[in-house]
Ligand binder design. Structure first.
Ligand code: COA
Length: 329
């Protein structure tokens, strides 16, 4: 590595305490534990209770990450929150986190790149660090999707969950550790396959412009699935080839947690053994931008991820957007 790249020096995550199992969903929509398990791998998901919020989860995850990084909030220079479900349209989640932490020196903004948002945000943080390795940046993925899910639509409500993950990055002091590369992609031509149209400026909440179901997440699942598999495989291989590496070099693959069949397909294409792929979607479902930082935090705290490991993260989401990040932990 030529200039000091971003090294993750602390991770944290926060999940709401309320659990919704597949059996609970059987009572709400025409579905079954068997269908959900076979088609997605998800067994349960967490959702917020009254009083819990996107920014609240983000703050909890951030406090843990800062504590583990042994960095005080006042030392932070920048806070980036990847989210598609902010508390408000204005202000951002990032400024609410900044206020709550007392990170008075930090700039703060939200980033919208759906499920790829955390990798987009981490890649941006790395660019900042390469210009000034002293910077300390908090990168968060945080979502409350349960309020954006139509609980009468069985094709979507079984898939999503709430949660937050956070990492603290600063310039690596060791030449062989840190962020290696980020590859970011999008294809706006396919935007209509996964949408949440209502409540933006085109269709404000009080208008009669849209049918009620458009105020919730809508998805053409099969088309999303096909595109996700293709794009995630391509971006994973590109990340490795660009850096003269092969799948065998990877110590841990941390994919976006959307569907076990997508993850299994990737695992087979990269010929990775089971123990080299991090999976927790059975517990949390798809938490969009939060899924990768939650998985990273679990991998660290359970000892699956150790200093020096080569970590490949890949994500895909609405837009479409997709991305990879390769890190020497
Ligand atoms: N319970 C029971 N049956 C269900 C169901 C549910 N929760 N959801 C859909 N079905 C039914 C459909 O109505 C359909 O019935 P039909 O054949 O009588 O019309 C049948 O199951 C098959 O539906 P289909 O959509 O083709 O299923 P699938 O195998 O593609 O699985 C998804 C659906 C959503 C799980 C899958 O497409 C998927 O995971 N897509 C990608 C999701 C994703 O990653 N999204 C986020 C990107 S970040």
């Amino acid at each position: 590595m030529k200039s000091a790249s971003a090294l993750i020096v602390g991770t944290g995550s926060a999940l709401p305490s309320k659990v919704i199992t597949n059996q609970d969903l059987e009572k709400i929509v025409d579905t079954s534990d068997e269908w959900i398990t076979q088609r997605t791998g998800i067994k349960e998901r967490r959702i917020v209770a009254p009083g819990e919020s996107n920014s609240g989860l983000a703050v909890k995850a951030s406090r843990l990450a800062l504590e583990r990084a042994q960095i005080a909030p006042e030392e932070l220079d920048l806070i980036i929150v990847a989210t598609l479900t902010p508390d408000y349209l204005m202000p951002s989640v990032a400024v609410l986190v900044q206020k709550e932490l007392g990170a008075h020196k930090a700039g703060a903004f939200d980033l919208s790149a759906t499920c790829s948002g955390f990798i987009y945000a981490l890649t941006i943080a790395d660019k900042f660090i390469r210009t000034d390795p002293q910077l300390k940046i908090l990168v968060i993925g945080s979502e409350v999707l349960s309020n954006k899910v139509n609980w009468q639509d069985r094709t979507t409500c079984v898939l999503f969950g709430d949660g937050a993950g956070a990492v603290v990055v600063t310039g690596s002091k060791e030449p062989n550790r840190g962020f290696i590369s980020g590859h970011l992609y999008a294809d706006g031509n396919l935007w209509h396959l996964l949408t949440l149209k209502g409540c933006g400026s085109l269709y404000p909440p009080c208008g009669d412009h849209l049918p009620p179901e458009e105020y919730y997440i809508r998805m053409q699942g099969r088309e999303v699935f096909k595109n996700a598999v293709r794009a995630m495989e391509a971006v994973a291989l590109e990340a490795l080839q660009t850096n003269g590496l092969t799948p065998e070099d990877v110590d841990l693959l941390v994919p976006h947690q959307a569907n076990m069949r997508i993850i299994e397909h990737l695992r087979e294409r990269l010929a990775l053994p089971l123990e080299k792929v991090y999976v927790n979607l059975q517990k949390y479902g798809n938490t969009s931008a939060a899924s990768i930082p939650i998985a990273l935090d679990e991998a660290v705290t359970t000892g699956k991820l150790r200093p020096g490991d080569l970590v490949l993260m890949i994500a895909f989401g609405g837009g479409f957007t997709w991305a990879s990040a390769l890190i020497r932990w």
